[in-house]
Design a protein around this ligand. Structure first.
Ligand SMILES: [Zn+2]
Length: 694
């Protein structure tokens, strides 16, 4: 069962109108203002329905991810053409300036479906002299005028690039400001005019390249604006939800209201959003670590007030959990919350996630909230590295499970996210939207990257490393390599192989393993053989957990595995019963146990061991009896003389331990040297050398 967007079926074609003379002069292509909606045709699901019981939590969690992946992939498909249109020189020209601020003043006519607006761009020149400011701007909106430095200027539009001629030449370091007036119907999968119960439900979803459809901008995550102002005018019965803080609502004319939203944290263009409806507003409160309060505001359909009030209540607990682990909520001077929209999944718009209006699954809430740290605070530098957003947000669903329900729930969640198929997590072609939002790779397999890395470096280093990642790249953007460098510095480990094999490589290791044992002076040595048998994926370098169970407990080891075939020697004091490889599933792999050989009986009549050994001043001598019997445990010196009697009597079956403090039976400290613990039970005797080091 895969939820489709609540859109009307069928589609009509946009007509091209004759170009007005003024626009012809500017070289603009024009789509008529009343261009009809390009409705979404029914697509086959990009994310197949998961198997298993549809009533399980794991199933629902998988569905949520599928929904989000679909939501985004559908949005992106429509943008493929627009992105391909960007001229080759435009990217270089855009590198010559650094955006500081966008101001969006938009008037939204819900009846005519026309957006009339002015976008102001303030930027610092970094590659002067600059005489023209290039911006991404889609085909559906029409620019009518532009100003530079406050004076009218000329502009061109060509293949998705709006070039605004500056009023003069600007040198490196100078600040340039341009304003563009425009209008049109931005209907697309980035901007929708829906009707819900007779009322407009207007929404945006601009990831990955949709911002340019409804406002001119430098549409790349590596150049976040330091702040954005949105002044949005709507019919007075509607409420506008957006990014940052609502600083006021004014009435510019009878029947019209203007919502003044201010996002004062850096923000990527695709995270700038609008959600407009006669919403009911739910107010909750988050208490930041540093004190004070921060509003948590949910904009919900009035009919959803009850379900949303209870459904979104968990948000506060999640914020506390994530703040504890990943540092304070990033936009703590503003707000968090949700705005309901007609898609089936969610979208992590900064400080105001857009959410399906009838899905309160806490894992969907956790996913979009998780993005506020991974995606919004630190944004993937380009969509090749989308896993830094989606892999983390998906992993944070499992992390929330761990916080709320414990480690078994965490591991169950990760097990449900296993993907063992082909393909690389890195998106080799970031104009391929199906690849960007590939459910299996970008969501499922990528969620295993933080999961595995956590085990490779250990919890304390992992979480400390994530904080350092935030320090280094917070409010900016990062690549896989920048994340790797931070985690290498935090852990002191060379993680190149880890990221190469998991992000740039395909598939996963398949481990065949077998073991045998041999006795030692103090117990048993397990000879473990691990062979990597995958094909077409190279050799994986991973630390692997090995748990050896004995009748007297579990012994845990970690072996470094980095060759096709490797042998390991692991010593335990008691008879090995089973050897488990990666028993908690910290590695995305397949395992095949080929058997054990020379394994002694699980229970032998007598066992004898000591730890520590060598020792000073005290050791514990342990012995095990297969059945209840009379036994004596004594210490003799190298000449066979009795030093002391440690135990004597009738003992139950099982393990017994006796301390020897290195003193003889008269209480005198024994000299350095080798002694022998001798266990006699029935007709059996076991002897163990003990080394006392003074
Ligand atoms: Zn996501």
């Amino acid at each position: 069962m895969t939820r489709r967007p609540h859109r009307r079926p069928g589609r009509r074609r946009a007509r091209l109108a004759p170009l007005p003379a003024a626009l012809l002069l500017a070289g603009l292509a024009l789509m008529v203002a009343d261009a009809p909606a390009v409705a979404l045709e029914p697509l086959s699901p990009l994310a197949p329905v998961p198997g298993g019981s549809p009533w399980s939590g794991a199933y629902r969690s998988l569905q949520n991810r599928a929904r989000e992946a679909e939501t985004k992939a559908r949005a992106g498909m429509r943008m493929r053409q627009a992105e391909a249109m960007r001229p080759a020189g435009a990217a270089k020209a855009m590198a010559d300036y650094d955006v500081r601020w966008y101001g969006l003043a938009l008037d939204i006519n819900a009846t005519t479906r026309i957006v009339t607006g002015t976008t102001t761009v303030r930027a610092q020149v970094v590659g002067g002299p600059l005489t023209r400011l290039d911006l991404d701007f889609g085909i559906q909106m029409t620019a009518s005028a532009a100003r530079s430095g406050g004076t009218p200027t000329t502009f061109t539009w060509n293949a998705g690039i709006l070039g605004v001629d500056l009023d003069r030449s600007y040198a490196t370091g100078e600040t340039v400001e341009v304003a563009i007036d425009y209008a049109g119907n931005p209907t697309s999968s980035a901007f929708g005019w829906d009707i819900h119960q007779g009322q407009p439900l207007i929404w945006t979803l601009s990831e990955p390249y949709g911002a340019r459809i409804w406002w001119p901008c430098k549409d790349t995550a590596t150049d976040k604006a330091d702040s954005v102002a949105l002044d949005v005018t709507v019919p007075s019965n509607l409420i506008v939800a957006s990014n940052g803080v609502l600083t006021g609502v004014s009435e510019p004319a009878a029947g019209r209201k203007t919502y003044h939203w201010r996002e004062r944290y850096p923000i990527a263009t695709y995270l700038v959003s609008l959600a407009i409806h006669p919403y009911a507003v739910i107010n909750d409160v988050y208490h930041p670590e540093a004190g004070g309060t921060m509003p948590v505001t949910h904009y919900v359909l009035p009919s959803q007030l009850g379900p949303a009030t209870s459904g979104y209540a968990v948000t506060i607990d999640m914020m506390n959990a994530f703040a504890d682990a990943f540092g304070e909520y990033p936009f703590v001077a503003e707000k968090y919350g949700h705005a309901q929209f007609p898609w089936g999944g969610g979208m992590e718009h900064q400080t105001c996630s857009s959410m399906s209006y009838n899905n309160y699954d806490e894992y969907l809430i956790a996913h979009e909230l998780g993005h506020q740290w991974f995606g919004n605070l630190i944004t993937c530098a380009d969509f090749s590295h989308i896993w830094l957003n989606e892999g983390f947000a998906t992993w944070m669903e499992a992390y929330w499970k761990e916080v709320r329900y414990g480690t078994a729930a965490y591991h169950a969640e990760m097990a449900a996210a296993r993907y063992l198929g082909a393909g690389t997590i890195i998106v080799e072609n970031p104009t391929d939207f199906a690849a960007i939002f590939n459910w299996y790779l970008t969501y499922l397999k990528a969620s295993w990257v933080p999961h595995m890395l956590r085990h490779v470096v250990g919890d304390s280093v992992f979480f400390a490393g994530l904080r350092q990642y935030r320090q280094a790249h917070g409010f900016g953007a990062a690549t896989t390599e920048q994340f790797r460098d931070v985690m290498e510095a935090a852990s002191g480990r060379d993680l190149d192989a880890f990221f190469q094999q998991w992000i740039y490589g395909e598939y996963f290791p398949r481990y065949d393993y077998a073991w045998r044992t041999e006795p030692t002076d103090s117990g048993w040595r397990v000879r473990l053989r691990i062979k990597q048998t995958q094909t077409g994926a190279g050799v994986f370098t991973m630390p692997l957990d090995v748990h050896i169970s004995t009748a007297n407990g579990l012994y845990a080891f970690v072996v470094e595995n980095d060759a096709v075939e490797q042998w390991y020697a692991l010593e335990v004091p008691w008879t090995p019963v089973t050897v488990a490889l990666d028993p908690q599933n910290w590695v995305l792999c397949e395992k095949r146990f080929l058997g054990a050989s020379d394994v002694p009986d699980a229970v032998v009549a007598l066992e004898l061991a000591a730890a520590p050994n060598p020792f000073n001043p005290r050791t514990t001598v342990r012995f095990r009896l297969a059945d209840e019997r009379e036994a004596t445990l004594a210490v003799h010196d190298a000449a066979g003389r009795l030093v002391t009697l440690l135990a004597s009597g009738r003992f139950a079956a099982g393990e017994h331990g006796v301390d020897w403090d290195g003193r003889d039976r008269d209480g005198r400290a024994a000299a350095s040297g080798t002694y022998f613990a001798r266990l006699r039970a029935g007709g059996d005797t076991r002897t163990l050398a003990l080394t006392l080091v003074r």
